[in-house]
Design a binder for this molecule. Sequence first.
Ligand SMILES: Cc1cc2nc3c(=O)[nH]c(=O)nc-3n(C[C@H](O)[C@H](O)[C@H](O)COP(=O)(O)OP(=O)(O)OC[C@H]3O[C@@H](n4cnc5c(N)ncnc54)[C@H](O)[C@@H]3O)c2cc1C
Length: 410
Amino acid sequence: MSKEVAEMTEPQRGRGASGSDVRRVTAAVDQLLTEHNPRTTDTVEFLGAQFDRGLAWVSFPEGHGGLGVSPKLQALVNERVAGAGSPDAFMRNPLGYGMAGPTIIAHGSEAQQIKYLRPLFTGEEVWCQLFSEPGAGSDLASLATRGTRDGDEWLVNGQKVWTTLGHLAKRGMLIARTDPEAPKHKGLTFFLLDMTSPGVDIRPLYQMTGEAEFNEVYLTDVRVPDGDRIGEVGEGWRVSITTLMNERVMLGGQTPSRGSGFIGDAVRLWSESANRDIARRDELMRLWTKAEVLRLTNIRASQARMIGTPGPEGSIGKLMSADVNKEVTAFCMGLLGAEGMLKPGGYPMVRAKLSDDQSTPQQAFLRMRANSIEGGTTEIMRNILGERVLGLPSDGRGDRDLPWNKTLRS
Ligand SMILES: Cc1cc2nc3c(=O)[nH]c(=O)nc-3n(C[C@H](O)[C@H](O)[C@H](O)COP(=O)(O)OP(=O)(O)OC[C@H]3O[C@@H](n4cnc5c(N)ncnc54)[C@H](O)[C@@H]3O)c2cc1C
């Protein structure tokens, strides 16, 4: 569970849920905590018990980690189990919990849901996302990794890049081109890849934090059983939209309590800083207001999602959270003065155990620079808002209906 989810305010937690659902969820949590003390129970055993009681993603169907109730009630669960000292399922497997789980429940077969969701939630199987390629990032649908049918299997060849936590992952969400003669969005298929398969070569990419949180992944004659295909052949784009929408919300859609998160850190550093002056105070007030507007926008977006009318707020939240995070963490560096240049732990050039480490202001400052790139760049969010909200003419997309193998690619 993310810190931000745990910090949702009381009105956000219960809204949209019936009284009987609240009682049902509360009773299930009571039972879980009575039978399994998270402080003394093995982590996997505790999370397995949480999954079995339908408290992993409460909105998922019964038997698949949920109770079929409003997703808002997840915050109630998270607050209770975190308060009792439970392990953090989200932090153990962020791409699995935030993106693979929702994709599998939306598009996976019953057998796939049974096979994958429980070990994903317990963190026994960490997931990664094999979407971006050296020649396909913003224009993801132009990707070139090939999937060729071979009996009951697919043979996959290509290169993926920026694969967060690929070095720790047991499973990967993979999109590959299975029909190069179809237009670029139509010839894609989505697979669930076993990262330990022969032919999967994972190499670290180091970031300016001194850690390799992500990787490049080479796929050479990797065999994927057809049973690990999710959705129909050629329907990979539709499936991946679910993954990407969940990624956007995961990255930019958090609704922490007022004044918490990075802006809370900034206020705390301000109160302790020797570098206080009127200009900085003015800047802090401006940032606080911006963070609060983002928080309120995200609350509105999550309400809209619940009644089934997701608006442009997802892109606004992603765009704005990148700005706010970058600005606030830079402001904190100013408050720290020369100390801001000393990163605790230095630059060890090691493989990261976590994605998105924000353990010190210096680390957070360096890590947040990537916010305007990961999960869709700020420029792309502006394009989406320009076209869909302001009705501006669209970016030239002359190759949309051309066969992919006739398009110009970088
Ligand atoms: C920290 C981090 C973690 C990541 N983790 C993963 C992961 O786990 N799995 C994964 O698959 N990918 C991951 N990514 C990749 C990420 O999704 C891509 O970096 C992103 O989509 C941008 O693609 P690109 O890097 O190829 O840049 P490009 O698409 O080449 O863009 C380069 C520049 O051109 C701009 N640009 C491109 N097209 C347009 C346009 N039409 N209009 C205006 N400007 C444009 C971009 O905004 C950018 O500034 C991660 C990236 C980062 C930074």
